[in-house]
Design a protein around this ligand. Structure first.
Ligand code: NAP
Length: 314
């Protein structure tokens, strides 16, 4: 039997491509020349779209695929897919939850410690040869016992909290609703959580409701002795306010894996020693990316074989 066609609209790993090739005929959109013309001639041939969390699937693209049935998203965050719009067109969306919880949580705590202890700056101090002439390397802040506020105590947030507890950190969290399966104290106000926190860790999704939920007031409440750790999405933070307050010293520091317009990083904070900058690598381990790839393929296979999905979003 012929394999069904799947339109590939994002850059994905070679591993995911070869796993997918076992179940579908993968058609990369960027290799089809004039894409508008290609879609107007061939768009009706595709029921399946494969994409990444970073790329998503624009509404205009969905409109050019009249027979689209499923968008398979390689990543847990699906903020680049308008799920309401997809649902209105009877298009299902899948993502890759859970398999990345541990590695993203590891990275969140790694970022927190790296920022607090100036690991990046100390490493650059050695590489620059500065140690040879300056006996005083950068000095950091103690992590053990400090106060960690988590905005978004979900699947990954919970794993991050477990790790922070091993550092005897005091933990509070803010969700829209308190969880009934944890003992960590709940704080309904992000502003109050920020006032209390030495470190404010973001692990909520990017949604219209969370857009710049970390605004200037929240960042000011966090204050000059505390730091923001963002491994959620750039859109959750007012990036202009973040840059302003880091430059003025009204915010103590930041560790950032995600930005408003990736891969652009604000030039003004590039040289700040109290800021750790990463290129969106929260889930980037061989093991986790393989597990995410496998979950995409499991979803594709399940859909082809039974019309159902392993991890549906809508
Ligand atoms: P999840 O299990 O759905 O958890 C999200 C949490 O955010 C939930 O506890 C939810 O609780 C809370 N939340 C939602 N809206 C909120 C709001 N308005 N205010 C406060 N809390 C809110 O998701 P997850 O799997 O842990 O992933 C979380 C996010 O991490 C993803 O959406 C993605 O953007 C990001 N991520 C980034 C990377 C990276 O590489 N940097 C990798 C993976 C994931 P309530 O429903 O009670 O509000």
């Amino acid at each position: 039997m012929d394999k069904p066609k799947a339109l590939l609209v994002a850059g994905i790993s070679t591993e995911l491509k070869s796993l997918l090739a076992e179940v579908v005929e993968l058609v990369p959109l960027n290799k089809q020349g004039d894409t508008t013309r290609y879609l107007s001639e061939q768009g009706a041939a595709f029921e399946l779209v494969i994409t990444s969390a970073g790329k998503g699937c624009a509404n205009e693209l969905m409109e050019q695929l009249p027979n689209l049935k499923v968008i398979f998203n390689w990543g847990v965050g699906y903020d680049k897919v308008d799920v309401e719009f997809a649902t209105s067109r009877n298009v299902q969306v899948t993502n890759t939850p859970n398999v990345l919880n541990e590695c993203v949580a590891d990275m969140a705590i790694g970022m927190l410690i790296a920022q607090a202890r100036c690991i990046g700056e100390a490493e650059r101090f050695v590489r620059r040869g500065e140690w040879l002439i300056n006996p005083t390397p950068p000095m950091g802040q103690k992590v053990t016992g400090k106060r960690l506020g988590i905005v978004g105590l979900g699947r990954i947030g919970l794993e991050a909290a477990k790790r922070a507890a091993a550092f005897s950190m005091q933990i509070k969290y803010c969700n829209r609703n308190p969880r009934d399966d944890v003992d960590y104290p709940y704080e309904s106000s992000i502003l109050e959580l920020a006032k209390w926190s030495d470190y404010l860790l973001l692990l909520c999704p990017s949604t219209p409701e969370t857009h710049q939920i970390i605004d200037r007031d929240v960042l000011k409440a966090l204050g000059p002795k505390s730091s923001l750790i963002n491994i959620a999405r750039g859109a959750v933070v007012d990036q202009k306010a973040l840059v302003d307050l880091l430059l003025s010293g009204e915010l103590g520091g930041a560790a950032l894996d995600v930005f408003e317009k990736e891969p652009e990083v604000p030039k003004a904070i590039m040289d700040l020693p109290n800021v750790l900058l990463l290129p969106h690598v929260g889930s980037a381990t061989f093991e986790t990316r393989t597990a995410m790839a496998q979950l995409v393929v499991d979803n594709v296979r399940a859909y082809i074989e039974s019309g159902s999905l392993v991890t549906p979003v809508n």
